[in-house]
Design a protein around this ligand. Structure first.
Ligand code: NAD
Length: 360
């Protein structure tokens, strides 16, 4: 019996539509090759939606996302919308999607493909074989805590403030995601906090340790965030799964991803609610939009994560990763990952090469 999945496609702005087009080719190939029926519902988001509806996340887009089995997003934003009111900027659509879909866990793998080891800014021996998963809490912490703002003091100077807050429940659920993911990997979790200074992350450490009682087959360790930032560039292969708060995760996941060389290679998943969202970690790259220079592999690998985490088809993710690896091994490169003696291809040609590998 064939399985039916509905995917909401949100191409967005800049290179978003270009990379999504290649991901759609991959989806088409998978549908032909496997017993699958995929329904793709494309809706505008970000600046593209603002142009039509004067809102970056129109109700129809949100509804299509909520009703889908999974969401695939390209990227949002661009210079054209930098001057409009903050609440209507394209990037606000991301926050709207995350909160409405209740996506409290962001999974960002930082995995290096053997053919790209020399593209890393670190020495070959430090990154060869690197495979880390950073799990960032996405809907709580200092980015959402109240009170927040900037106030005028009696002496005429200003004071800015934000609040770092986590409930026990918020910590428990992200810890469970981390332990569950670790069980399918190398069974090691590093929980990152600043428990020596911040009471709330002292609670984080305590609650993660309590949840660990249910996952004794997984090794749990704790690390302060400043040390973790250092260890990621000193000896990154010591990590398997890193779990941390929203702001620490924002910073550490960018640091970890750059160990692998290119922003155009890295996928992500945001999970927690009924519908998960998958997207490349890069933005809309206005500097190269429309030029056929965008690397579509991060988006194609995001499709792989969708099959693994939303549809439970881990073998499809493995198939996509192998196809990408094979294409890279052939020396095929988009400009961002180009090096000597390799063949430069366009966004579209890279998509075609991956499809050809999938169909071999
Ligand atoms: P960016 O990720 O768009 O680009 C950074 C650099 O990486 C640029 O030089 C770009 O050309 C290059 N790059 C990015 N993706 C690439 C790809 N797939 N292939 C080849 N090269 C690639 O970040 P930015 O320039 O800081 O932001 C541009 C816009 O994107 C801004 O409006 C920003 O707000 C938005 N943004 C959106 C998201 C998102 O939609 N999730 C994330 C980050 C930034």
């Amino acid at each position: 019996m064939s399985q039916n999945y509905t995917i909401a496609l949100l191409p967005g702005d800049g290179i978003g539509p270009e990379v999504i087009k290649e991901a759609v080719k991959v989806l088409g190939s998978l549908e032909r090759g496997l017993e699958l029926k995929l329904t793709l519902n494309e809706v505008p988001v970000g600046g593209a939606a603002y142009e039509v509806d004067r809102h970056p996340l129109p109700p129809e887009t949100l509804k299509t996302a909520q009703e889908a089995d999974a969401v695939l997003l390209g990227a949002v934003g661009g210079p054209k919308w930098e001057k409009i009111d903050f609440s209507l900027r394209p990037e606000r659509a991301l926050l709207g999607l995350r909160s409405n879909l209740k996506l409290y866990a962001n999974l960002r793998p930082a995995k290096i493909f053997p053919a790209l080891v020399d593209a890393s800014s670190l020495k070959r021996e430090l990154v060869d074989g690197l495979d880390i998963m950073v799990i960032r809490e996405l809907t709580g912490g200092i980015y959402f805590g109240e009170p927040r703002g900037v106030e005028l003091l009696a002496d005429g100077t200003r004071r800015g403030f934000n609040t770092l807050v986590y409930t026990e429940e918020e910590i428990k659920r992200i810890a469970r995601v981390a332990f569950d993911v670790a069980r399918k990997r190398n069974k090691k979790v590093m929980s990152v906090d600043k428990a020596n200074v911040l009471e709330v992350t002292g609670l984080w450490r305590e609650v993660v340790s309590e949840v660990h009682e249910e996952y004794k087959d997984v090794v749990l360790e704790h690390m302060y965030v400043d040390n973790c930032a250092m260890q990621l560039v000193r000896a990154p292969k010591q990590f398997d799964v890193i779990v941390t708060t929203n702001m620490f995760g924002d910073i550490l996941s960018d640091e970890a991803s750059m160990l692998t060389g290119s922003i155009g290679m890295l996928p992500s998943a945001s999970i927690g609610g009924n519908t998960a969202m998958y997207e490349p970690i890069h933005g809309s790259a206005p500097d190269i939009a429309g030029m056929g220079l965008a690397n579509p592999l991060a988006t194609i690998l995001s499709v792989g994560m969708m099959f693994k985490y939303s549809f439970g088809l881990e073998e499809v993710n493995a198939k996509i990763e192998s196809a990408v690896e094979a294409v890279l091994d052939q020396g095929v490169r988009t400009r961002d990952i180009m090096s000597n003696k390799m063949t430069e291809v366009s966004t579209q040609e890279m998509g075609d090469k991956v499809v050809a590998e999938l169909e071999k």
